[in-house]
Write a protein that binds this ligand. Structure first.
Ligand SMILES: NC(=O)c1ccc[n+]([C@@H]2O[C@H](COP(=O)([O-])OP(=O)(O)OC[C@H]3O[C@@H](n4cnc5c(N)ncnc54)[C@H](OP(=O)(O)O)[C@@H]3O)[C@@H](O)[C@H]2O)c1
Length: 261
């Protein structure tokens, strides 16, 4: 029987590319997001990760239909832009609910189907979680927490033979750019910095790699007997993340300020 793969955020961008590629390669794919795409022919569940009750109901249905799931790929994610002082509590809550809390609830709901047959969880993080990007601080915080979630789960789930990994994409050309919620206030002292910084991020993302590059990394990692803790997509980003770990924090801050400050 083919491997069963559950993918959140499967309606767009990286998640959709993963779902379509794996479906075409013969895996049994189950997609999940708020809106079911019209152009697919695999099982799909509509579920809003900010809605705890809906996550419970959907995961119960999935568990009944699929008592054995081989891989859960947590790809759903949203971005916020703006100075922390100007990002509202609601927007902060939203980015955390989708990127972290909803993802955790999904993991918890699906765990029974992953246990005791070497199930795998792949969390899609971001280079922005390894290197703090100003005016995207709330997003960086949420993605950095995804990395910590992976590290904790790896140890906690070892007894159930479940392996966990974070994949860190860098700039990737998807609708993420247009879906980002940016707080830009005209008479704010942050206005020029936020505008410049977000414009740079948007340009970098739209000149970024094709989602298929992320799919290759996810597929490679998924088929490893033992997954690494973290994999960064692309040699340039691998080098950047490596540098950010070995350089003094002040030097990293200087470089990031030059780029996005
Ligand atoms: N693009 C980049 O440059 C980049 C770089 C690093 C990391 N990433 C990460 O890669 C992942 C995929 O992003 P992408 O670039 O493919 O962006 P995208 O095209 O905007 O896709 C985001 C996906 O998340 C789903 N989603 C959003 N809110 C949701 C909610 N409340 N409940 C359930 N699903 C929700 C969306 O589906 P619905 O709207 O149908 O709900 C969509 O399928 C994200 O975790 C992102 O942080 C992206």
């Amino acid at each position: 029987m083919s491997k069963v793969i559950l993918i959140s955020g499967a309606s767009s961008g990286i998640g959709k590319e993963i779902a379509n590629t794996m479906h075409n390669e013969g895996y049994t794919v189950i997609g999940l997001s708020r809106k079911k795409p019209t152009d697919i022919n695999y099982k799909y569940y509509e579920c809003d990760l900010t809605n705890q009750e809906q996550i419970k109901s959907v995961t119960n249905q999935i568990k009944q239909g699929y008592p054995k799931i081989d891989v859960l790929i947590n790809c759903a994610g949203v971005g916020t832009g703006g100075a922390i002082e100007e990002v509202s509590y609601e927007d902060l809550k939203w980015v955390y609910e989708v990127n972290l809390f909803g993802t955790i609830e999904l993991i918890k709901g699906i765990l029974p189907s992953l246990k005791n047959h070497q199930g795998k969880i792949i969390n899609i993080g971001s280079v922005a979680g390894a290197i703090t990007i100003p005016y995207q601080t709330s997003y960086s915080m949420s993605k950095s927490s995804v990395g910590i979630l992976t590290e904790g789960l790896r140890i906690e789930l070892k007894q159930f033979n479940i392996d966990v990994c974070t994949v860190l994409p860098g700039d990737t050309k998807t609708s993420f750019t247009t879906n980002r919620k940016t707080i830009l206030i005209e008479d704010s002292p942050y206005y020029d910095n936020v505008k410049r910084s977000i414009e740079k991020m948007e340009k970098d993302e739209q000149n970024g790699v094709d989602p298929s590059k992320v799919v290759k990394v996810v597929t490679k990692v998924m088929n490893k007997k033992k997954m690494p803790i973290q994999v960064t997509v692309g040699l340039d980003y691998k080098f950047l993340v490596f540098l950010s770990k070995i350089l003094p924090k002040r030097v990293v801050e200087f470089i990031i300020t030059k780029m996005y400050g």
